[in-house]
Write a protein that binds this ligand. Structure first.
Ligand SMILES: Cc1cc2nc3c(=O)[nH]c(=O)nc-3n(C[C@H](O)[C@H](O)[C@H](O)COP(=O)(O)OP(=O)(O)OC[C@H]3O[C@@H](n4cnc5c(N)ncnc54)[C@H](O)[C@@H]3O)c2cc1C
Length: 317
C-alpha cells in the first residue's frame, strides 16, 4: 500500500463519499482475486464523482474506475492510487416513450428489467451479462444477437478536468468489445438507450431463454470473468482452446473450464498470478498449434511490477 496524497484524502473526507482505505479488491471482482486498492471510493452522486476527477487530476493521483468488476483481473499487488466504484450511481429515468437513461453503476439486469416493465424490446441480449450499465457501454458488451452499440443513443461522461460532455452513438466509435472509452481517461456518468415497442410476454420469454442458455453452457458455479479472450477474426477462442486440448489445464487454483473452454475459472483459491500465468500459457499453446494469437478480453489492471513477463500481454486487451 502507498500513502494517499493527504490533499486527495482530505477532499474525499470532505465530499461525504463513502471510502475504504487498503480495500481488498477480491471482494469487488467476479474472479474473487486481487490485492488491495490504496483507497476505494463510492461517490453517491455525479457531483461527488466529478469533484473526485478534478482533485485526483490536480494532485496527479492515478484513478481507476470500476463498475461491477465482472471483467477485471486485478494484480495480487493491488492498485495504487484511487479506485472509484460507480456502484452507487444507479438512478434510472424515462426520457420518452422509447428512451431511458441510467447512472453508470446500475446493474445491467435492472436496466433490462426496466425495459421489460415498459414492454420495450432490444435489450434482451444483455440480460445475464453481470456488469453495470457503464461497464457494458465501455466494453460494448454483447451476447447472442446483440451488442450495446445497437441500443445506445448517447453516453454522458466526465473528463479529468471535470468537464461533462455527451457523445452520440456514431461518435462512440463502437466495435467488437471496444468503445471510445476503452482508449481514454473519460468516466461514463450515464447511458441512454432507445428501444422499440414490443410484446411483454415475448420479451420476458427471450430473456428467460437466454438466461437458461447461459446456465446450461457456462460454468457459473465458479468465479470467473466470463470469456477470457476476445473472439479472433475467423474463429472462436473457445473452439481453438478446446481443439488444442486445453480444457482442464491448471496453474495453481486457476483452470480452463471443462464446461466452456473460453472461460478461465477460479476453481480452488486461485491468485491473480495463477490466472495471469494460465492466460499466458493458453495463449502460447494456441499460437504454437494454430497460429491464432488470442487477445485477452479481460482487463488486466493494477500493479504488475512483480511480473517480468507482464509485457507479453500489456496493451493487448
Ligand atoms: C459469468 C460471466 C459472463 C459474462 N458474459 C458476458 C457476455 O455474454 N458478453 C460480454 O460482453 N461480457 C460478458 N462478461 C464480461 C462482463 O460482464 C462485461 O464485460 C461487462 O460489460 C463488464 O461490466 P462491469 O461493470 O463489470 O465492468 P468492470 O469489470 O468493472 O470494468 C470493465 C472495464 O470498464 C471500465 N469501466 C467500468 N465502468 C466505467 C465507467 N463508468 N466509466 C469508465 N470506465 C468504466 C473499467 O475501468 C474496466 O476497464 C461476463 C462476465 C462474467 C463473469
Amino acid at each position: 500500500m502507498q500513502q494517499i496524497n493527504p490533499a486527495v484524502l482530505n477532499e474525499i473526507k470532505k465530499s461525504g463519499s463513502e471510502y475504504i482505505e487498503n480495500a481488498p479488491m477480491r471482494k469487488l471482482t467476479s474472479f474473487r482475486t486481487g490485492g488491495n486498492a490504496d483507497i476505494l471510493v463510492y461517490p453517491k452522486t455525479e457531483e461527488e464523482f466529478i469533484s473526485l476527477a478534478k482533485i485526483c487530476r490536480s494532485c496527479g493521483t492515478p484513478v481507476t474506475v470500476i463498475g461491477n468488476g465482472s471483467n477485471l483481473l486485478v494484480s495480487d499487488n493491488g492498485i495504487r492510487g484511487v479506485v472509484v466504484s460507480t456502484s452507487k450511481l444507479t438512478e434510472i429515468k424515462d426520457d420518452d416513450e422509447l428512451t431511458f437513461t441510467a447512472g453508470a453503476g446500475l446493474p445491467l439486469k435492472h436496466f433490462c428489467r426496466h425495459a421489460l416493465e415498459r414492454s420495450l424490446t432490444g435489450l434482451e441480449f444483455a440480460y445475464g451479462i453481470p456488469g453495470s450499465v457503464g461497464g457494458a457501454a465501455y466494453m460494448n458488451a454483447g451476447a447472442y444477437d446483440g451488442e450495446m452499440k445497437d441500443v445506445i443513443l448517447h453516453c454522458r461522461h466526465v473528463d479529468p478536468s471535470g468537464k461533462v460532455s455527451v457523445l452520440t452513438n456514431p461518435e462512440l466509435d463502437f466495435s467488437y468489445r471496444h468503445s471510445i472509452y476503452s482508449d481514454s481517461d473519460l468516466w461514463i456518468l450515464s447511458v441512454t438507450v432507445r428501444l422499440k415497442k414490443g410484446n411483454r410476454e415475448e420479451i420476458e420469454s427471450k430473456m428467460q431463454d437466454l438466461m437458461s442458455r447461459r446456465k446450461e453452457k457456462q460454468p457459473l458455479e465458479y468465479p470467473s470473468a466470463g470469456s477470457t479472450f476476445k473472439r479472433p477474426k475467423g474463429s472462436y477462442a473457445s473452439l481453438l482452446i478446446d481443439q488444442c486440448g486445453l480444457k482442464g489445464l491448471s496453474v495453481g487454483g486457476a483452470c480452463v473450464s471443462e464446461k466452456h473452454a473460453g472461460f478461465i475459472i477460479n476453481k480452488d483459491n486461485a491468485t491473480s498470478d495463477d490466472i495471469f500465468s494460465l492466460i499466458l500459457r493458453v495463449r502460447q499453446e494456441v499460437f504454437d498449434k494454430t497460429g491464432f494469437l488470442l487477445e485477452p478480453e479481460v482487463k488486466i489492471i493494477g500493479d504488475w511490477s512483480h511480473r517480468n513477463d507482464f509485457d507479453k500481454i500489456k496493451g493487448t486487451g
